[in-house]
Design a protein around this ligand. Structure first.
Ligand SMILES: Nc1ncnc2c1ncn2[C@@H]1O[C@H](COP(=O)(O)OP(=O)(O)OP(=O)(O)O)[C@@H](O)[C@H]1O
Ligand SMILES: O=P(O)(O)OC[C@H]1O[C@H](OP(=O)(O)OP(=O)(O)O)[C@H](O)[C@@H]1O
Length: 304
């Protein structure tokens, strides 16, 4: 197959080839009905139902390719966009997965309590630019311009948490989600550089802008459906002003008349509620007299 010819008319969309973001990305593509066949060992997959080619790349390389305009769209971590230093990508959508923090970590039992204590010492990280930027500020605060660059920052590609135990580093800068890796390595956090999650990014000069809008709209629909549930309930009309405050909806609740004889002063409400808040919202609705409260998962959505 002549891949180069096949790519020329297609929107190029980069997704992580491995690691923490990959499965959620594949789920998102499936939910958006972006169909493709990936041949084993090939990092390019042509879509069947869109003029799109998926390019499987390391998460760290995606902002570089998108920033240089070699690829039109991409999914990677916000941390990787910041680390790449590119100003040529637009972050168009927070995808809500891959949430973690980039933290300064030191041995739990050591004498270092404050990131300032690390100035002039050895740091190991996969995020050299963000770490350098962070420590340059501390260096200047600690000793003026002549201290700038005093901290030794070394790049490693993975297993960063092993660096202190191996005597390579006095502290590390690494991602933390559950904290299990940090704890197992006998480390504790002493500062947070940034919080991150997966983002959809696009080149500032993309090809196929209309197709990009279509894909963004599909992905946004799937993300919204994952974030919200649909809640319906019945409520006396006299209580409507209260319950609208409990369930304001994404735009506004839909209120309809109950058809039951004798229920003229009752209304049926249908409204989107954030999944993370639904249990508390149901408690509040019950307290103010709502009945027949039902909650349904959404498989997809579209709204402007
Ligand atoms: N523990 C985690 N929880 C949530 N998201 C994470 C976690 N670790 C990493 N991420 C996100 O996934 C991105 C890719 O990290 P990951 O460790 O999967 O890298 P990778 O591309 O597999 O490279 P490598 O494993 O070789 O370092 C990170 O930049 C971050 O945005
Ligand atoms: O706080 P936790 O939930 O334990 O997650 C944090 C770990 O996850 C990432 O590494 P990953 O496991 O992806 O492998 P890596 O060390 O090879 O990058 C990150 O670099 C941490 O090591």
């Amino acid at each position: 197959m002549d891949l180069v010819n096949h790519l020329s008319d297609r929107l190029l969309f980069a997704v992580p080839k491995k690691g923490r973001l990959q499965q959620s990305c594949l789920d998102l593509l499936k939910g958006s009905d972006i169909q493709f066949h990936r041949h084993s060992r090939l990092d390019i997959a042509l879509c069947i139902n869109f003029p799109i080619a998926l390019i499987f790349l390391p998460a760290a390389d995606i902002p570089v390719f998108v920033g240089e305009g070699r690829v039109d769209l991409g999914i990677t971590g916000h941390d990787q966009v910041r680390e790449s230093r590119t100003t040529e990508v637009e972050q168009i959508l927070d995808l809500g997965f891959g949430k973690c923090k980039l933290q300064v970590q030191v041995p739990e039992k050591g004498d270092i309590q404050d990131p300032k204590d690390l100035v002039g010492r050895n740091i190991v990280t996969s995020f050299v630019s963000l770490t350098r930027e962070y420590f340059e500020k501390l260096e200047v605060e600690a000793g003026g311009e002549e201290r700038r660059g005093a901290t030794k920052i070394k790049y490693v590609g993975g297993s960063v948490e092993a660096a202190c135990a191996l005597g390579v580093a006095d502290g590390i800068v690494d991602l933390v989600e559950s904290g299990e890796t940090m704890k197992a390595a006998g480390l504790k956090p002493i500062a947070t550089l940034i919080e991150t999650s997966a983002v959809l990014i696009k080149s500032k000069h993309p090809s196929h802008p209309e197709l990009i809008d279509r894909i963004c709209s599909r992905i946004r629909g799937v993300i919204t459906a994952q974030k919200y549930v649909l809640c319906t309930y019945n409520i006396p009309r006299s209580m409507l002003t209260y319950v609208v405050q409990i369930t304001p909806g994404k735009r506004a609740p839909t209120v309809t008349q109950l058809m039951d004889q004798g229920a003229e002063d009752w209304a049926a409400v249908s409204v989107m509620v954030e999944k993370s808040k639904i249990a508390m919202v149901m408690d509040q609705l019950e307290e103010v007299g709502a009945t027949d409260i039902l909650v349904m998962n959404l498989s997809n959505s579209r709204s402007s």
